[in-house]
Write a protein that binds this ligand. Sequence first.
Ligand code: ITT
Length: 196
Amino acid sequence: MKTIELVFATNNQNKLNEIRSILKEPFQIITLQDAGIDIDIPEPHQTLEANASEKSGSIHQLTHKNCFSEDTGLEVFSINGEPGVKSARYAGEGRNFQDNIHLLLKNLEGKSDRTAQFRTVVSLIWDDAEFFFTGICKGTIIEKQKGTEGFGYDSIFVPEGSSYTFAEMGMEEKNKFSHRKKAVAQLIEFLKQKVS
Ligand code: ITT
């Protein structure tokens, strides 16, 4: 099958590493750096869908190439789905991850329901049309951080079906459960049909 080139509209190196471990041949990922783009893409909206769309749309305008982005949120049910769309900046604009985790653990003190989900929404722009794919991973927020792998909220999230946090898993193991993997698996199926 011929190579399928896609620009991945992200400034998050951890996401890029995970996506590279999922999207293998015949896909070829072009990073913003490869494309010579150095902008902080705005995420001004109230939904993951709208933010994902903003990211892929703004990069498509600049590159005119097929491209995709994703927006991910950690949704904790007992606190009305927070941090949700605010996941990157939960504790403020500084995007400091320890602060985000501490605030979340504080907000969950005394709550008996600690169930949560990661939700990833991918926006793909293919031949100038937009398509969405969603991946969900359900799990639980534990009380103390465990593990040093991964990024973001990985050290406090135990996915259903495991007794380890994402931060105690290698990337391949995380991919067996992950929201991102599930969303991107749908994108892969979709594109394989388009190009076959
Ligand atoms: P973009 O450039 O792709 O927008 P971002 O870091 O701003 O990168 P998001 O708004 O989608 O990305 O992500 C919200 C935050 O949620 C992100 O900064 C992570 O720290 C956290 N997050 C996303 N995916 C995660 C995962 O798989 N495990 C743990 N935390 C995750």
